[in-house]
Design a protein. Structure first.
Ligand SMILES: *[C@@H]1O[C@H](CO)[C@@H](O)[C@H](O)[C@H]1NC(C)=O
Ligand SMILES: *[C@@H]1O[C@H](CO)[C@@H](O)[C@H](O)[C@H]1NC(C)=O
Ligand SMILES: *[C@@H]1O[C@H](CO)[C@@H](O)[C@H](O)[C@H]1NC(C)=O
Length: 245
């Protein structure tokens, strides 16, 4: 069962400057199952953009980031990344996941960078597992794989982004994320908005175990996953035909 995330804002274009990337939207008290938690989703446009979401702990939710496709297709010459932050004080730059100190200091506030689009392909869906420890976010894990798609549609994420201009670092995660060809996205107006499927692991403030991460997509076997991506693709084609586009 998938819940619906509450979208609290449209994309906000962040001004240029050191303090521009922040995500302080709610108090930081520990949460129980069913309580709401706020997140910011960032996009590495220049300047960056963010959108704010509220999701209930332990409810699997799909964030549909409306409008992101236009940013992805606007400039395919530079890779576009996303990352997620929980409400926190301080700056919300994507985590440097080559750097153990950064992961230790900020891993409970922000996620590693996750590729959304590059010159030839655009991801369709990214899985995010939110780990809670006694009701507080302890870490984020992007949990994707390319077992459902061909190598040409497998996008790899850099482990870090430059803080100045979001240029990719040279070290990449070994597991990729399935995408669709940029040509398909350009030709199919309803397709290719960034979607983030959120599930939960760990414990809430009463020590109850969160189990929704057990239903995350990477648990599906390759053939199931590839038929899932095809369904997603057909869905877009049908939707855009219905729109007469
Ligand atoms: C697209 O990105 C490239 C590389 O960063 C940059 O040189 C170029 O000016 C950008 N084009 C537009 C239209 O933003
Ligand atoms: C690693 O992260 C820490 C904490 O954010 C930072 O102070 C340090 O400069 C980083 N090291 C490198 C090599 O980037
Ligand atoms: C991005 O910033 C880095 C410094 O962090 C610099 O070395 C690099 O040339 C810049 N790249 C672009 C495309 O501006």
């Amino acid at each position: 069962m998938t819940g619906t995330a509450t979208v609290m804002s449209v994309w906000v274009l962040l001004s240029v400057g050191c303090d521009a990337l922040t995500c302080y939207v709610d108090d930081l008290s520990p949460r129980a199952v069913g309580d709401s938690l706020w997140f910011c989703v960032f996009l590495s446009t220049r300047p960056a953009r963010k959108m704010v979401f509220q999701i209930k702990v332990e409810e699997a939710a799909e964030l549909d980031l409306q409008g992101s496709r236009d940013f992805a297709l606007e400039n395919l010459s530079q890779p576009l990344y996303t990352w997620v932050a929980t409400s926190h004080t301080g700056s919300s730059e994507a985590l440097d996941c080559r750097n153990a100190t950064d992961m230790e200091l900020r891993g409970h506030d922000v996620s590693c960078p996750q590729i959304y689009a590059h010159a030839t392909a655009v991801t369709q869906l990214s899985n995010l597992v939110v780990n809670l420890r006694e009701g507080r976010v302890s870490s984020f894990a992007w949990d994707n794989s390319c077992s459902g798609c061909s190598p040409s549609k497998c996008l790899k994420s850099s482990q870090s982004l430059s803080e100045e201009n979001f240029t990719e670092g040279s070290q990449f995660f070994s597991k990729g994320t399935c995408g669709e060809s940029a040509d398909f996205c350009i030709g199919t107006p309803a397709a290719c908005n960034l979607k983030v499927f959120v599930t939960w692991a760990g414990t809430d403030k009463h020590g109850r175990n969160l189990v929704s991460a057990g239903s995350r997509l990477s648990k599906l076997a390759g053939p199931t996953l590839s038929s899932f991506y095809n369904t997603l693709k057909d869905g877009y084609s049908q939707a855009s035909k219905a729109l007469g586009q």
